[in-house]
Design a protein around this ligand. Structure first.
Ligand code: NAP
Length: 526
């Protein structure tokens, strides 16, 4: 498919702005074909208005229609075939195997949200029947359910050009909730964004939905994104990316005359605690797994384990020596773009300049494209507790091993952590008994606790939580992965003393949608 380089506003290709930008292959540094038009303010306005217009219809679409729509998007993405895989690999520097896997994850995620929307019970319908004879006052008929918030602005991340981008988890959950989407394309993979937008538009048309249900605006500066967040028609933002980007968008959203929620997932250092029994019994195996987890995909995962606390053990050097050896063998890998590579090198320089941190070992260097060299550092829990800062995310293939001298030091270190997406314990049964207080501390700090597995790899399902206290996200009550993500784009609405014909189907006595509901406080199957 030939790329037009245009924005897609309510199904129409549009190139009103005069500024353009190009994609770059990060593995070679070469410019890729296609000139992409930066959306003008008028185009952002058109997209947001069209989304608001579409909302009037789409918010009332049936569960079945939303299910068909999300599945149609998945089908259209698959129908893009190798055009999508080739362009996405070229723009991200990621290998075909990884991108093919990510496409599978993206379409499965769309189908899963289709299933949830189609089943319908996610709306959490509650009915409190009236009691006119109640004393001293009659009890009214009160019913409530979750209703869609309105048009959602979606900002994808560079590190998941499919699964966290134009048709990623934020878009899938917003559409499942009944919210039209205006996606801001990531400037690192504009061609991929366009291909996906065309696929979504085909699904909008084949399902007979209003054209404004989906729009794509492109841009490579903060301006177009800021216009989107400021637009009065936009009612919520889904964002995955940097701390700077997420907090900037939250600030803009809070300064609006009508502030809106910004659900930003901004990454994390994902502390890992290796407890004494596990360190003694499986140190070598854990060191190998850690090296793989830190350097996978050039370390460009928000679940990358960047901080590893080691429990006191008879021979701590056995573990650190093994990690050092493993890291030396790691080949440099292409990072997603030049600014991410520069940010990585800056983060590494900051660690090197910290007198409390020592470089343990480095992987191989490369002189082509925007490559990232793996690095392992070592420090002590004593310095961490004394206030040294090596907790900030260094986005790339690096980690800091922090040696603890006592259980107390480890528990206190956990208590000093700020919010993260995950915390991991490598432990034997005996360790878990002895360090139960560590688990209790970590529960307050993260969205996902893991035992004896690395945090990279986030299962998309009903129970997953990919969130956590600030600065990992802007709202620790929510998740951006898994079907609970739909809750971000809905709000409870209550209907008191409504006649049956004016109630949404989910709240009517006959339960026409056959969904699970709470009736007078009791959860009931259809
Ligand atoms: P990013 O720079 O935050 O960009 C994400 C999106 O937000 C882009 O579309 C960007 O477009 C827009 N944006 C960023 N700042 C903005 C602002 N102030 N106003 C308006 N729009 C803004 O994220 P990234 O490029 O994916 O990665 C950069 C860094 O983010 C990495 O070095 C890493 O630290 C972190 N990261 C975290 C995750 C995660 O999973 N949490 C994933 C990837 C990266 P424009 O540039 O056109 O404005």
């Amino acid at each position: 498919m030939t790329l037009t380089g245009k924005n897609y506003i309510a199904g129409q290709a549009s190139a009103a702005g005069s500024q353009t930008f190009t994609g770059t292959n990060p593995a070679t540094g070469e410019e890729l074909p296609g000139h992409f038009h930066v959306a003008s303010e008028a185009e952002v306005d058109r997209a947001a208005r069209a989304a608001m217009e579409a909302f009037a219809t789409y918010r009332n679409s049936s569960p079945d229609v939303r299910n068909r729509f999300l599945n149609a998007i998945a089908d259209e993405i698959m129908a893009l075939g190798d055009d999508l895989i080739d362009r996405c690999c070229a723009e991200s520097g990621l290998p075909p195997g990884r991108i093919t896997g990510e496409r599978g994850r993206t379409v499965n995620q769309l189908r899963l949200f289709g299933e949830v929307a189609g089943e319908g019970s996610w709306v959490d319908a509650r009915i409190d029947f009236p009691d006119p004879d109640r004393q001293p006052l009659p009890k009214p008929d009160v019913r409530s359910m979750l209703r869609p918030l309105g048009p959602v602005g979606v900002f994808g991340a560079s590190n998941f050009p499919l699964a966290f981008s134009v048709a990623g988890g934020d878009t899938a959950s917003a559409l499942a909730a009944g919210c039209p989407v205006v996606a801001k394309g990531h400037p690192s993979h504009p061609g991929t964004c366009e291909l996906i937008a065309v696929a979504i538009n085909k699904a909008v048309a084949s399902c007979g939905l209003p054209a404004g249900t989906f729009s794509l605006i492109q841009g490579n500066s903060n301006e177009s994104g800021a216009w989107l967040v400021q637009h009065p028609a936009i009612k919520a933002i889904g964002f995955t990316g940097s701390h700077g980007g997420g907090t900037a968008l939250q600030r803009i959203a809070n300064e609006r005359p009508q502030p809106i929620p910004v659900y930003a997932e901004m990454g994390s250092t994902n502390p890992v605690f290796i407890l004494p029994g596990a360190l003694e019994e499986r140190g070598e195996e854990i060191a190998a797994g850690l090296t793989q987890s830190v350097t996978l995909g050039a370390g460009q995962f928000c679940t990358n384990p960047g901080l590893v606390f080691l429990a006191p053990t008879a021979n701590p050097a056995a573990f650190t020596d093994r990690v050092a050896e493993n890291f030396r063998d790691v080949e440099a890998a292409a990072m997603l773009n030049q600014s991410i590579q520069r940010a990585y090198e800056k983060g590494v320089s900051t660690l090197r300049a910290n007198g409390a941190v020592t470089l343990l070992s480095e992987g191989k260097a490369a002189d082509k494209g925007y490559a990232g060299t793996a690095r392992a550092f070592v420090a002590s829990a004593e310095h961490y507790l004394a206030g040294e800062n090596f907790e900030e995310e260094v986005f790339g293939p690096s980690t800091v091993l922090v040696k603890g001298h006592s259980k107390d030091e480890l528990v206190k270190s956990a208590a000093r952590l700020h919010g993260h997406l995950t915390a991991t314990l490598f432990a034997t049964d005996a360790d878990l008994g002895e360090y139960a207080d560590l688990v209790a501390v970590l529960e307050e700090k993260v969205g996902r606790l893991i035992i004896n597995a690395f945090p990279t790899g986030v299962e998309v399902g009903h129970a997953m939580v990919h969130g956590g206290p600030f600065p990992a996200t802007t709202d620790s009550r929510m998740t951006s992965v898994g079907t609970r993500a739909i809750d971000r784009f809905a709000r409870p609405v209550c209907y008191q003393n409504f006649p049956q014909n004016l109630l949404p189907p989910a709240l009517q006595d006959s339960n026409p949608l056959s969904i699970h509901r709470m009736i007078d406080g009791v959860r009931q199957a259809p």
